[in-house]
Design a protein around this ligand. Sequence first.
Ligand code: C2E
Ligand code: MG
Ligand code: MG
Ligand code: MG
Length: 293
Amino acid sequence: DLALYRAKTGGKGQLSLFEPGLEIAVRTRRDLEADLKLAIAAGELELHYQPLVGLGDGRVHSFEALLRWNRRQRGFVSPADFVPVAEAAGLITTIGRWVLLQACSEAARWPSDISVAVNISPTQFRNSDLVDDVKAALVTSGLDPARLEVEITESVFFEMNAVTIANLRELRALGIRIALDDFGTGYSSLSYLIRFPVDKIKIDRSFIKDMGHRHECLAVIETILALARKLSITVTAEGVETVEQALLLQRSRCDDIQGFLFSPARPSAEIDRLVETLPHKFRSLLNPEEPVA
Ligand code: C2E
Ligand code: MG
Ligand code: MG
Ligand code: MG
């Protein structure tokens, strides 16, 4: 291809704007951004909910809200692909506001002992409007703040400033729980856990994936669990796919597991069915002696 040839040879090895591949990538991203801007109004965004299953008794106490985008004429787009685009394009605050209201409104219709966990992006967390958005979602939906948990990543702690500290304090003062998501993958510093108390740690899937065949992974998981117990922090393991992983985590006294072994994220209409059936699935897979009450 002539344009590409010129760009590569004439540009002293630099990437040139004339490179067709790059041009397509830029256009694709611009299209994605434009479609994302219209997605909320077009009703293309949805939340699905993945259960957290208690390793003590197999009961479900909460669900994590996960964004799903059915992009017009193109089908399903992964949040791993569009959430970063939304961040970069300054759309995440608007989308995040919709997520909060939608998650609280749907959870308000669930059994009253079931909570919902909402992912909050670092950009949202740095914004001084966050607490107002959360309050508005709670008031509009009527959801008890004790049934809302927010998931933030370690990068939030890395960039702690007056606004983020105030957000963290105010959310906790409202009775909302804070979970540290993808724990172990960021700029993990144990000092964060002392300076900024959290209610829950979610151990990243990368550790769970290899825990059965890499003793280093199991060692890290067991150490996180021992530390969390001393600090009275609850621990969830992410991405549990096998019975072997679940049994190892149960033996290490992890509190909850989340993963395809029990269920992927499902629409809100399926919450009652999942709450009802998962304790039975738990008993048959992990075989504890006690029957489900
Ligand atoms: P996350 O918060 O760590 O969510 C867990 C991800 O792991 C979800 O991917 C979930 O579907 C996936 N997962 C759960 N169990 C398993 C398993 O057993 N095996 C494997 N391979 N994967 C599993 P999903 O839904 O594609 O979301 C990806 C990421 O996108 C999330 O990671 C979160 O960082 C972000 N995200 C999703 N929804 C939102 C949202 O409403 N707001 C923001 N800011 N970010 C969101
Ligand atoms: Mg999460
Ligand atoms: Mg996570
Ligand atoms: Mg993760």
